[in-house]
Design a protein around this ligand. Structure first.
Ligand SMILES: Cc1cc2nc3c(=O)[nH]c(=O)nc-3n(C[C@H](O)[C@H](O)[C@H](O)COP(=O)(O)OP(=O)(O)OC[C@H]3O[C@@H](n4cnc5c(N)ncnc54)[C@H](O)[C@@H]3O)c2cc1C
Length: 397
């Protein structure tokens, strides 16, 4: 790479070799690699905080390979005993509402969310305790009451349900596009290209080296390929299914739901895409760039087997929409947020539960990049003890 032109204030060259932007004295600069929900949200917040920001994305914000481009993502505050993520998710709800106001788009369908609890003293009971401490609205329901919400429901094995009325469904892909648009309007420069790490602190893009005060690699499932020295990250194929339900199964009339104990979740029909019902169990190892985006018959059968048990009237309905996505998981489900060289940060390992948090996580990242706080110890690069709990029990039946 010797001899590459180097840009010290994160300006970016045209092919002609001219600066896209001039140098602004005293303005902090950042390069964010990756325009998923984490990268775009961070870029927006940095720009609003007065930083000069360049986002490098190999495809386009909201492209179908990125984890953030799912049709929908759930937003919920319950996180078992974990208070930190509970608070962050609860604050994120207001942040999503603020984004809706600013953009004039409805990104959040507040359908509420029901957690189906099999164990009276399990994860959902822990969640209810923390929700109470944090002040998140919730109720405990007798299993019979669930049957009044869903047109067809079998819950005779359940101890109770935990109801989060302020939870719901985010229009995920649309959100990325909307936030990217807000970021552009706030002055963020988006550049298309595949970036590579350079010399510890720089970014190579199309034969040029970009340097900035801060570089953030928010590269989702592409992170292990870029930083193979980071141990413990696993990328898995996740097949999702939406079933062609009748009108009475639409959100927000029908809420979102999670059967945490057997790692299945879904929500009522949003935008005519069908009712989502999908296993949350981690799939096969996966290549996010070249892996096939075809769902497997085995995954569909898993989803149908669950419907047969819980929502029997839906079990034979057609799949009207399906999507392949990927998780990038750490051993314990905590994200990876770490400064790996002076001013260079990794922001990844979302472990399948990062979407909802994006706007508040972006605020948190701005404080880290400004040096106003240290990252929480559980986000570090050190060894981690394998654990479940932030997203799923890891069990299936
Ligand atoms: C099936 C499924 C269901 C989920 N459900 C939920 C849910 O209900 N609630 C929730 O909160 N979360 C959920 N998640 C997790 C959520 O989608 C992710 O946490 C979130 O989308 C991660 O966003 P990201 O920006 O880190 O990654 P991504 O969206 O994957 O974006 C990374 C971007 O980086 C770009 N990139 C990578 N390498 C380079 C490079 N070298 N140069 C330039 N660009 C590069 C990629 O092209 C990509 O656009 C789910 C995930 C999946 C797969």
């Amino acid at each position: 790479m010797a001899g590459l032109p180097i840009h010290n204030d994160c300006g970016v060259w045209h092919d002609s070799g001219k600066w896209l932007k001039g140098r602004v004295i005293g303005m902090k600069s950042a390069v964010v690699v990756g325009a998923g929900i984490w990268g775009t949200s961070l870029a927006l917040r940095l720009a609003e905080a007065g930083w000069r920001v360049t986002v490098v994305e190999q495809h386009q914000p909201g492209h179908v390979r990125q984890a953030s481009a799912g049709e929908t993502r759930l937003i919920r505050s319950a996180h078992g005993r974990d208070e930190w993520y509970t608070r962050m998710a609860w604050q994120a709800r207001d942040a999503w509402r603020a984004l809706e106001e600013r953009s004039g788009e409805t990104l959040f369908v507040e359908a509420g969310l029901l957690w189906f609890a099999r164990d009276p003293d399990g994860w959902e009971a822990d969640s209810a305790r923390v929700l109470k401490e944090v002040g998140v609205p919730h109720e405990i329901w007798e299993p019979e009451r669930i049957g009044r919400v869903f047109p067809d429901f079998v819950g005779d094995d359940l101890a109770f349900a935990l109801w989060e009325p302020k939870a719901g469904v985010l229009r995920a892909r649309r959100s990325v596009q909307v936030i990217a648009k807000l970021a552009r309007a706030a002055g963020v420069e988006f550049v298309r290209g595949r970036a590579l790490p350079y010399d510890g602190t720089g970014v190579v893009l199309g034969g040029e080296v970009l340097r900035a005060d801060r570089v953030v690699w928010a590269c989702g499932a592409w992170l292990p390929e870029l930083f193979p020295e980071v141990a413990g990250l696993e990328v898995t194929k996740q097949d999702t299914f939406h079933f062609g339900v009748p009108a009475e199964w639409s959100a927000p009339r029908v809420p979102a739901w999670v059967d945490y104990g057997v790692s299945v979740y879904g929500h009522g029909d949003v935008d005519g895409v069908g009712m989502k019902a999908t296993s949350d169990a981690e799939g096969e190892p996966y290549d996010p760039e070249n892996g096939t985006r075809m769902v497997s018959p085995a995954s569909e059968e898993m989803a149908r087997a669950y419907l047969r048990k819980r929502f029997p009237a839906l079990a034979e309905l057609p799949v009207v929409f399906s999507q392949v996505c990927q998780y990038i998981s750490t051993p314990d489900g905590h994200w990876l947020i770490a400064e790996v060289a002076d001013g260079v940060w990794l922001m990844g390992g979302d472990s399948g539960h990062g979407f909802k948090h994006a706007p508040t996580l972006a605020d948190y990242m701005v404080e880290l990049l400004d040096g106003d706080r240290e990252p929480e110890p559980w986000f570090g690069l050190g060894d981690r003890t394998a654990a479940r709990g932030l997203r799923t029990s890891g069990l299936t039946e």
